[in-house]
Design a protein around this ligand. Structure first.
Ligand code: CCH
Length: 292
């Protein structure tokens, strides 16, 4: 023993920007995977790591990154997210000082921003938990259900109708995989660019039930190449949801602003406020912005 206290490394905003940059690079190194980007699946990891929150018991949320543990990692809703956790693990090896909760949520921030979405305010402070902190199955939404289920799930996290509709607009990105959820296909023609196309297509296209052996999903009558989940379609049927979905279809800026606020809130669910290292969340820069 040297008698010297171990010097604890206290990362700064610049250190987190370095992690962000490394994530942003890796999102692009996807080769033939899906649409050539890990960004959508990494975004989904951030959402599923946070969306387990229950406001009444204070359990779940992004604090402990409990999807690292079985059985949470094996919950049906998390099928396929091992791909995203694998990408994040590479970053963890390079920056071992970051907690998994901070890393995965920062991944969500980088994914949105690098796909040309809005800036997501973010701050570090999550800590690694244990298997005993893992949440029971059934806390994430089931795509086959209706508006009551969607409300039950998101109200439990503390969101209102407007925030629910804004968050689901993330379905502009990525795709469904028949070997993961059972559903198949992308929602938009540009699944690696953040847009309000999800809402536009919901209202502009004619949607018909897909004839196949898989779970009930809709396809656009025109090309048959796009899809909507039953829960997505609910946004055009439920009066309160429809009001917001229409507003976002008409105004991309409004969608970006509301998505950023709701997503930033989602990423902080379950984290005791005193754990955050700064009072005001940071805005990190995109790779593009740093080129200047
Ligand atoms: Fe989602 N989502 N999501 N989703 N989701 C799926 C894929 C993505 C639901 C069901 C599904 C949000 C809300 C909901 C993404 C982001 C968000 C899939 C296909 C299903 C099913 C999974 C597969 O097969 O790989 C339901 C139900 C709801 C709410 O009712 C919210 C909120 C967000 C983020 C803010 C993203 C991104 C994807 C694409 C993932 C990929 O791998 O491409």
């Amino acid at each position: 023993q040297s008698g010297k206290a171990a010097t604890k490394f206290t990362p700064t905003k610049e250190d987190y920007q370095k992690v962000y940059n490394r994530i942003a690079e890796l999102l692009d190194e996807a080769g033939d995977y899906d649409d050539g980007s890990f960004a959508p699946v990494v975004l989904r990891l951030a959402w599923h790591a946070s969306g387990t929150y229950d406001k009444d018991t204070g359990t779940g949320g992004s604090n402990f990154a409990t999807m690292r543990f079985e059985p949470e990692s094996l919950h049906g809703a998390n099928a396929g997210l091992h791909v995203a956790r694998g990408v994040m693990e590479k970053i963890k090896q390079e920056y071992p000082w970051i907690s998994y909760g901070d890393l995965w949520t920062l991944g969500g921030v980088a994914a949105v921003q690098e796909m040309a979405g809005p800036k997501i305010p973010w701050r570090p402070g999550r800590i690694d938990g244990f298997a005993s902190n893992a949440t029971p199955d059934g806390r994430l939404p089931d795509a086959s259900q209706g508006s009551q289920h969607v409300r039950d799930i998101f109200y439990r996290m503390g969101f209102n109708d407007q925030e629910i509709v804004a968050l689901i607009g993330a379905h502009a990105l990525g795709r469904c995989h028949s070997d993961r959820s059972g559903y198949e296909g992308p929602w938009t023609f540009s699944p690696t660019t953040f847009t309000n196309d999800f809402y536009k297509l919901l209202f502009d296209e004619k949607w018909v039930w897909k004839k196949w052996n898989g779970p009930k999903q809709l396809q656009d009558k025109n090309t048959g190449s796009l899809m909507m989940l039953p829960t997505d379609y609910v946004l055009t049927q439920d009066k309160s949801f429809k009001k917001y979905a229409k507003a976002y279809a008409d105004d991309q800026n409004l969608f970006f602003k509301d998505f950023a606020a709701a997503f930033a809130k989602l990423l902080e669910l379950g984290v005791p406020p005193q754990q955050f290292v700064v009072a005001e969340p940071w805005t990190l820069n995109t790779l593009e912005e740093q080129k200047a």
